[in-house]
Design a binder for this molecule. Structure first.
Ligand code: PEP
Ligand code: MN
Length: 272
């Protein structure tokens, strides 16, 4: 019976205790903790995967992001290595004890991706793909929902409600910036959303400063601002040679910048 057209199950009124996402091997995304998720925008090659994994290992980062199905504004841009890229990545990540966060773009991909992902990412262009959300509600695996390109906080929570009400309670919310009138940055990272989401919902909240500002030089300070805003984790883009990345190079940190940021994230979190 429909009692509300808003959201219910993802609210703090429904469940007071914060939801903790257990990815196995002692790796969590949860309230009171600081998850660091780093990796390239796109998975490009075996060599690239190996280099990123080695970098993550050196910095004790246990979750790797990367797209194999890429939603690109232009159909002529690189659209990802697809399921074969994911399988290759999985073998290497598995060996290294690293968890995989990757975008699912459509319903038909859920099943083929299932054995190889730890967190399904719902991209900003799919936040209101309600069929995709319904199907992810039936899956026994974590889902990270990014805020829609022009989505409100309320709409993000309603999207989460689709998945949660379908039976999948392993949900993470992600603030990644919204489209505003401001064009000096790629998006407007709305850090207001973090304390508001944390107050309204029991779900963990992470911040994506890379897509949020879209300018490499300013990613670190926005990441650290995200930490201080109360986020439970930070997800950012890194690549050995950002200038050569197949996508989003302009907002991607090189490994030296990434190492420094990972350390600063942990130090900043300790001050919170
Ligand atoms: C990404 O994470 O590379 C991505 C495409 O993000 P978003 O959906 O936030 O644009
Ligand atoms: Mn990207």
């Amino acid at each position: 019976h429909i009692v509300s057209d808003e959201y219910k199950l993802v609210s703090k009124k429904w469940k007071v205790k914060p939801t903790s996402i257990d990815l196995g091997d002692g790796i969590y995304i949860k309230d009171g903790d600081m998850a660091v998720i780093a990796g390239p925008c796109s998975i490009e090659s075996e060599e690239q995967i190996r280099k990123v994994i080695a970098h993550l290992k050196e910095n004790n980062i246990k979750m790797m992001r990367g797209g194999v199905f890429k939603p690109r504004s232009s159909p002529y841009a690189f659209r990802g290595l697809g399921i074969d890229g994911l399988k290759l990545w999985y073998d290497l990540a598995q060996e290294a004890g690293i968890k995989i966060v990757t975008e699912v773009m459509q319903v038909s991909q859920i099943e083929e991706m299932y054995p190889y992902v730890d967190i399904y990412q719902v991209g900003a262009r799919n936040t209101q793909n309600f069929n995709l959300l319904d199907e992810l509600g039936k899956v026994d695996k974590a889902v990270m929902i990014k805020r829609g390109i022009s989505g409100t906080i309320e709409e993000l929570l309603q999207s989460a409600e689709y998945v949660f009400s379908g039976g999948n309670e392993k949900l993470i919310l992600c603030e990644r910036g919204i489209r505003t009138y401001e064009r000096a940055s790629r998006n407007t990272l709305d850090l207001n959303a973090v304390p508001i989401l944390k107050a309204k919902s029991h779900l963990p909240v992470i911040v994506d400063p890379s897509h949020g500002i879209g300018i490499r030089a300013y990613v670190p300070q926005m990441a650290l601002s995200g930490v201080m805003s109360g986020a439970d984790g930070i997800i950012y883009e890194t690549h050995e040679i950002p200038e050569k990345a197949y996508s989003d190079g302009q907002q991607t940190l090189d490994f030296a910048q990434s190492s420094l940021l990972a350390e600063q994230i942990r130090k900043t979190f300790a001050l919170r």
